[in-house]
Each structure stands twice: as C-alpha cells, then as structure tokens.
Design a binder for this molecule. Structure first.
Ligand code: TNX
Length: 543
C-alpha cells in the first residue's frame, strides 16, 4: 500500500513539475533591492557563534533594520499595555503577562504589567491601538531604542507574534528555565515590520496511532507558538485508536481508546481535557482543528460498536500499520446518526471554524459511496456551524464545495481549483515530519522518501498550486514509529522550523544558505528549551 502511494505521488509530482512554472525556493538571493538588503541583516551579521549577540530570527522577519546602540532589560523594567477598548486592553495585558512569564525564570526579574500608554522609566510598551496598520493577520512592528521598546500591532495576536520576536532578540539564555547570572539582557536597537505570508501555519499531531498526553500536546503548543505557527490539527481517530470521549457513544473511548499501533500507548482525551487543550492553544493564538478520519481509517470505531458493522459484530481491534481496509457503511442511517452525534459533541467543544473529516485512503469504499458519504458529512458539519477540511480526494467528492478546504497530500488539485476550494499544502516528500531524515536515522517511515532538513526547507507552496488558492501550509506528524516525547521531538525538530518559516516568511526572503546559518545560530535556544532535535549533518551546528 505504502509503495503504491509513493509511486503514485512521484508520478503526479513529475507531471505537476513539468506543467507548473518551476520556482526555486533556494535561489541565492540578490541584494540589489532595499527589502532584500534589510532582510539579509538578521541572518548575516557577525560570525555564527551561539551567544555572540547576533540576531538569528526564525521565521525571518519581513523587514529588520539594525540601529546603533542597545536597550537593556533591568529589574525595574515594566511592561505597559494598551488597546482600543477595555476588552482589547485586557487581552493585551494577558500577552504582557505571557511576556513577563518568559522573561522571569532566567533573569529573575518580575516585570510588572501596567495598563498604561507610557512606559515609565523606560519599559516595554505593547499597544494594540489601531494607529498604523501592519496587517490584521497577525503582523506587528517593533521599535527598540536605548530608552524603551515599542511593540505595536492591530490586535493582540500580532502582539503575541511580536513577543516571539522579542524573545529571539534577547540573549539565548532567556530560554533557560533557571536563574542565569552574568548575562547582559540587552537587545540591539532596531526597527522591525513583520507579517505572515499565509493565514494557516499548521502542524498535525497523530494522536491515534500513538496517544500523546495532554502535557506533551501543551509542550508542542508552546514550541509551535515560539515560531508563530497558529494551527494545531489533532488527528483523533484512526484504525488503531479513538482518542476523544464522545458522551453519547462511550465505548469509542472505552474500547477504541485502549488500542494503539504496535507497541504504542493507548489513551484518550476526556472532553474536559480536550477543552483544556483547546483553551491552552487559544491562549497561544493557536486554533485546534480536530480530525475524525472517515469513512476509511475507522477500525477503532468499528471495534467499539457492533451496529456500525454490516454483520452487527464488533470488528477486532487493530494494531498494525496497514491502511485502506476499513470503511463505515455509507448507506445505513445508523452511520449518520453516529456521525451526527460525534460532530455535534466535537463542534460544541471546538471554537475554531473547521472540523477535519479525513477522507483519505478510503480504498474499501466505492466511489459512489464516498460521494454519498461526503455529501451527508458536509451537511452534518454545516448543521453544527462548522466548515470542513479533508485530505485528497475529498475535493473530488460530490457535496464538497468552495466552503471547504482541501488538505493536499497528493498533487492533483484540479477538482479543488475548479470548485474554488482553498488549499492547505502538505506535500509528503517535503512536509511529512514522520519521514526519516536519512537512510540510517532510526525513526520514521520512508514511503515518500528521505527528508533531511534542507529538503524540508527548500520548497514553496506555490510549487503546488496558484498563490491565490493557498490558505497555508501544514506539516503532519504521523505517529506509527513514535513512542515517546523524545521520538516526537527528534522527528519534529528542526524540520518544524522549516515549515514555520515557509508559512510565515515571503518566499523571496528565504534561501537555504541564509537559513542554515540562522538555524545553527538559533540551535542553542533549542538546547536551552531541552528540545531533542536531530543534529542533521547538512547544518554546521555550533558547540
Ligand atoms: C499516509 S497521507 C496517511 C496516514 C499514514 C501516513 C504515514 C494521509 C492522508 N494518510 O494514514 O499515517 O501516510 O506516513
């Protein structure tokens, strides 16, 4: 099965490459324009030492201009916050508290967050007042002078992204979780304007093949937030496991939750735990998109309830890693009563616009049944106020319209484009975090090829679809070979950072030579955060 998937994808890729205008993500950037020159600065000043005071932003900012002098954070620094109305000031204060919580452990300072417009005694001002549009999609401006720092944005989300930049402008030791002496907490004077290129900057965690604890999901949320990612897709059900409590169908969690892919851990999120994850993600400006994969990839549901099967008997739990053998019954009302309950309960717990309905690899479902099924599923989701997103060939199903998104993992996006659907781009041979880095790295699969860090970085979403049709990018982390958080981090880092930059930074500001230099300079921050990343030999790591 996997080999077929691989070959098909490669043939289609070749066709697309021939028909599309090739765009090189890794062309060496010229420096003859003002914006090029400005953008070159963060990654190229000084030598690439880890604590040399040089700036290694990831993702790269749209405009960065270094000025003479520096600002120093002290025990007296306050964080002032303001906005257009009380609600916005309140939310801005929360971003201020978040900034304070990042600063405190290593510096020992406990900056006071004050609702005021003027930073007294030279502080940090966070302002969400609408007076100089940056972008309402989460952009921001930063001005660092010797006296103070002003971070402004059109909304608190933009301020949150600006805080991530401030964090990377401070010495790397800011990432330590314990008091660190002997560091001058200075930031070079600078002017920055920054905004994202795409609205959807996602990561997917497959909690179905191997359960991922609430604590570990929260750690991933924190790490994603550090790179300005804003969408967490949770793959909550598959053949091997069902991970979300559905109160009207309790055996889903009780039975479906107990299995996992061979050697993996079972488990499920109670509704309270799921709501807690969603709220935690919201506090980091990350939207959770839950996925119930159907009509294929449903063995865990079929193992939980006999009535979902043609013979009325529960299927056997499945712990292998094959795909394409299970299907819901597409012409039986019990199936739609089941899906109605699942989507109703999930929609009530999910503030985001989208529910992911899977739709991939339904090789045991006829085309006709697939059409019937997706028409009903789209109607059910709409009845609970949600839009749908699905994997190819979801776009080809009748009943899927421009309201829905296609997550494309296969290159044929013609039906989606014809229908006016927007796309989330996830090419397996670039963006799949579960592919091995190299032949001899232990974890991961290889059906889409090996993905060393440079391959994960050197592509553009526009290699796959026209710019105007792209909602964003997402890197899925399937968990067939993952057992522990160490495994997860090894596959995710540093490749997650490639995808964060592809989602955020304009493509003419990106090139591998500059990026690998920044990644090497940035690495010590991952060390201080105890991220277990793979030291890919294609990067000249420092230390
Ligand atoms: C393909 S890509 C899958 C998953 C597997 C993954 C392993 C897609 C939509 N489905 O079911 O876990 O390959 O790499």
């Amino acid at each position: 099965m996997k080999r077929i998937r691989n070959v098909k994808f490669r043939i289609l890729t070749i066709l697309v490459v021939i028909t599309a205008i090739p765009v090189s993500a890794c062309a060496v950037r010229g420096s003859d324009t003002a914006s090029d020159a400005a953008a070159t600065k963060p990654g190229t000043v000084n030598s690439p030492a880890s604590n040399d005071g040089a700036v290694y932003l990831i993702p790269q900012a749209a405009e960065y201009e270094k000025h003479p002098g520096s600002y120093t954070l002290t025990a007296d620094t306050t964080i002032c916050v303001t906005g257009d109305d009380e609600k916005e000031i309140q939310e801005t204060a929360q971003v201020g508290e978040y900034l304070a919580s990042l600063i405190s452990p290593s510096t020992g300072y406990e900056p006071e967050v004050v609702k005021s417009i003027s930073p007294s005694g030279g502080g940090i001002l966070l302002t969400a007042k609408d007076d100089g549009k940056v972008s309402d999609a989460g952009g921001y401006r930063i001005k660092v002078t010797e006296q103070n720092i002003t971070l402004s944005a059109d909304n608190p989300e933009g301020l949150f992204h600006g805080v991530q930049t401030l964090r990377q402008l401070l010495p790397a030791e800011i990432e330590k979780d314990s008091l660190t002496g002997g560091v001058d907490w200075t930031i070079d004077c600078a002017a920055i304007i920054d905004y994202p290129v795409y609205r959807w900057r996602g990561m997917m965690l497959d909690t179905a093949r191997n359960f991922i604890s609430v604590e570990n999901v929260k750690r991933m949320i924190d790490l994603m937030a550090g790179y300005k990612m804003n969408t967490l897709h949770l793959h909550l059900s598959d053949d091997q496991g069902w991970r979300i409590e559905i109160k009207s169908w309790p055996e889903l969690a009780a039975i479906g939750g107990s299995s996992a892919a061979d050697g993996g851990t079972g488990g499920y999120y109670t509704q309270e735990q799921y709501a807690d994850i969603v709220e935690y993600a919201q506090s980091r400006y990350i939207t959770v998109v839950p996925e119930i994969d159907m009509p294929g990839h449903t063995n865990a549901a079929l193992a939980s309830y006999g009535e979902l099967n043609p013979d009325g008997r529960k299927a056997k739990p499945y712990t292998g890693t094959d795909v394409g053998f299970s299907t819901l019954m597409c012409n039986e009302e019990i199936t739609y009563a089941f899906i109605d309950d699942v989507i109703r309960e999930l929609a009530a717990l999910t503030p985001g616009e989208y529910i992911h309905v899977g739709g991939d690899e339904a090789s045991s479902t006829s085309k006709e049944d697939y059409n019937t099924f997706m028409t009903r599923v789209n109607e059910i989701a709409a009845s609970y106020g949600k839009k749908t997103i699905g994997w190819n060939p979801f776009d080809q199903a009748e009943g899927t319209s421009s309201e829905s998104l296609l997550q494309c993992w296969q290159p044929d996006v013609s039906a989606a484009l014809q229908k006016g659907m927007k796309l989330v781009i996830s090419p397996p041979d670039k963006a799949y975090l579960d592919m091995k880095y190299h032949e001899n790295t232990a974890l991961g699969l290889q059906w889409a090829g090996y993905i060393p860090t440079d391959v994960s970085y050197c592509w553009n979403p526009t290699d796959y679809a026209p710019e105007g049709s792209i909602e964003g990018v997402e890197c899925p982390l399937w968990s067939e070979t993952i057992r522990t958080m160490e495994d997860l981090e090894f596959l995710a880092f540093p490749r997650l950072l490639s995808h964060a930059e592809i989602g955020w930074t304009q493509k003419d500001l990106r090139n591998w030579d500059d990026y690998k230099h920044r990644l090497a300079g940035h690495a010590i921050r991952m060390d201080y955060q105890k991220i277990g990343y793979y030291k890919d030999p294609s990067v000249s790591w420092i230390q």
